[in-house]
Design a protein around this ligand. Sequence first.
Ligand code: PMP
Length: 338
Amino acid sequence: MDIKNNILETIGNTPLIRLNRITKELPCTVAAKVDYFNPGNSIKDRMAIKMIEVAEAEGKLKPGGTIIEGTSGNTGMGLALGAIVKGYQCIFVTTDKQSKEKADVLKAMGAEVIVCPTNVEPEDPQSYYSVAARLSKEIPNSYHMNQYDNLANRLAHYETTGPEIWKQTDGKITHLVCTAGTGGTITGTAMYLKEQNPGIKVWAVDAYGSLLTKYFNTGEIDMNEVYPYFSEGFGEDFIPRNYDMSIIDAFTQVTDKEGAIMARKLAKEEGLFCGYSAGSCLKGLMQLKDSLKKDDLVVCIFHDHGSRYVAKIYNDQWMMERGFLEVKTFRDIISGRP
Ligand code: PMP
């Protein structure tokens, strides 16, 4: 018999899928680690379960306790899955920038969701960082996971994502391309891969409006780089502890428009219905492609599924309102104008 004991046993071992059309201008093979195959539809299931396991082992999360986290949705989904199976409560603090569908999904999984304003400084008492930290002090037997500074985040990728990619490519991977938010995915995966082969190049993809790229290039934390953007799940307005910048070889920033357009192309040309950041990841690769050679094997990490973005990048109206999609007239359509 092959019966999983519970949903958590389906986390990880996601497929690596060759891109056949969208990267045909590149000289080498490009494969995507498609992590929407996780049960919570995102890569964050991996680190959510690891954070719970580490908190349990350290005695910070006790039976019947409450998990508190500032999450844009994907981490929340992973934590909610863990909480259901292991018997914890969840309170998630998110921002008004995130898709409403993401919050609704978390509520469907039994979590309480508190929405905070996006455009405030992290130190502001209204920010989702501050609210999450305050609730964990006020609620008895609760634990704030803090995915930004909790090193169980990158450890999950060191223990699972990295080894899976190494095995799936027979150790032939030459480049890892990954959007960077908390830094857990890129740092943990790269730590494992570079231990196997220090020659592997690690390319981070960032958003405009995030200070990560400038920090990487200059070591300077420049708040003038920080402004609101539409891309979701990556880019930061501070440097989380999960980063080891020395393991990253290059950073590139992708516009909201180009990331969104690339995500739509991925769906149409490869049948990969992914989230916003997957489009940005691929666009980032295209921006850095000049050094690639015939025998290279590039692995892009695609973090989540497109279903969470149907009202956003997969909605023509939303795209047109932001100037991401040209409005086509009837005359354009019959004349075949692109
Ligand atoms: N894309 C999406 C959709 C995400 O949810 C996240 C996690 N914040 C990332 C990219 C970036 O991953 P990480 O936080 O591990 O850097």
